[in-house]
Design a protein around this ligand. Structure first.
Ligand code: NAI
Length: 330
């Protein structure tokens, strides 16, 4: 039996994790879940939101499924999510965005993949209070990190029969930092003659995405633009409730939805488990459980086609009803 770390998160995290574990179990796949709590709830007991045991578990098991964890805004501890990605060197954040059956959206032809650099940029966490009225954040872009994320994007394109990789920057303004990312992309692209290399500025990209998203295939972006653009893309396919993601490094991978802990609907049995379920399906493919991935995906799509969905998608099913419907469709 495969052992996988399960970080069940907080807010809606435990509700959607329970749903996904139940669905995978009902599909017949036995997984030994190594459940690890993290976040605000463990600070009092363990003095940190990300105890060493969580990192050790992921390092040992190599694969984790993670529900969202709340990050208090302003002060306090560093984001568990950012820290986890940094500590485990999960340098690539992969967010495929494709229309789902029966989920009504403005466009019906979205099929793109956001590849976001995950370890540096303004998320390096280098900030200081210069004086009482001024704060400073430092944007770090290195050649090494830019090179490996651009290679990851091109390799992903080759492996998944994609045609184009488009680099997204604001290199006209941040000539040194975004300029380095762009120039590195240009160098890396030379080794992939079968894939088109395209360049776009992030502001223009946002406008184009809400007008004609079908023109994009694989996007590769530094951390901050990647974070914002992937939420925009989530909106193109039906919102955060259906947007999946993965953080991939050389040794480990953590699969998690794009959305946060949704404190506004916590404990109300309203959360949509689809984004975590799609992330888990991707995780099953990652561990070569292709048949189970296919079976669960088919049950999910059938449920959506039956018009059974949670309120964020305009439906009236609660989390438990939706989960039971997916199980019935397995
Ligand atoms: P959020 O993604 O939690 O919520 C934004 C809106 O989308 C809310 O109205 C929420 O109800 C809705 N929503 C999100 N997921 C949903 C789902 N599965 N089903 C139905 N509706 C859903 O973003 P917000 O409010 O900005 O962040 C809340 C907390 O989550 C913050 O502490 C933030 O730092 C943290 N966060 C954690 C992430 C992670 O663990 N990877 C990622 C993003 C945010």
């Amino acid at each position: 039996m495969k052992t996988i770390t399960l970080i069940n998160g907080d807010g809606i995290g435990p509700e959607i994790s329970d749903a996904v574990v139940k669905i995978i179990d009902a599909a017949g796949l036995k997984i030994d879940w190594d459940v690890q709590t993290a976040g605000a709830d463990v600070i009092d007991r363990e003095g940190t939101p990300l105890p060493a045991r969580v990192l050790e578990s992921v390092r040992k098991n190599k694969v984790a499924l993670k529900a969202p964890v709340t990050t208090p805004i302003g002060k306090g501890f560093r984001s568990v999510n950012v820290q986890l990605r940094k500590e485990l060197d999960l340098y690539a954040n992969l967010r495929p965005c494709k229309n789902l059956p029966n989920v009504k959206t403005v466009f019906s032809d979205v099929d793109l993949v956001v590849v976001r650099e995950n370890t540096e940029d303004l998320y390096a966490g280098i900030e200081r209070q210069v004086d009482e009225n001024t704060a400073e954040s430092i944007k770090i872009i290195t050649k090494k990190a830019s090179e490996r994320i651009c290679k990851f994007a091109f390799d992903y394109a080759v492996k998944n029969n994609r045609n184009e990789v488009c680099v997204v920057t604001k290199a006209n303004i941040m000539k040194l930092s975004d300029g380095l990312f762009l120039n590195t992309f240009r160098e890396v692209s030379q080794a992939y003659s079968q894939i088109s290399a395209r360049e776009i500025l992030v502001d223009n990209l946002c406008m184009q995405l809400v007008q004609k998203p079908s023109q994009f295939d694989v996007l590769v972006l530094p951390n901050l633009y990647g974070d914002i653009v992937s939420d925009l893309c989530a909106g193109l396919i039906g919102g955060l409730g259906v947007a999946q993601g993965a953080n991939i490094g050389t040794d480990c991978a953590v699969f998690e939805p794009v959305h946060g802990s949704a404190p506004d609907i916590k404990g109300q049995n309203k959360a949509n488990p689809t984004a975590l379920l799609l992330s888990a399906i991707e995780m099953l493919r990652y561990i070569n459980e292709f048949d189970y991935a296919k079976k669960i995906e088919a049950a999910l799509f059938k449920t959506l086609k039956q018009n059974i969905c949670t309120p964020d998608l305009g439906g009236s099913a609660d989390t438990l009803t939706f989960t039971d419907a997916v199980i019935a469709n397995l």
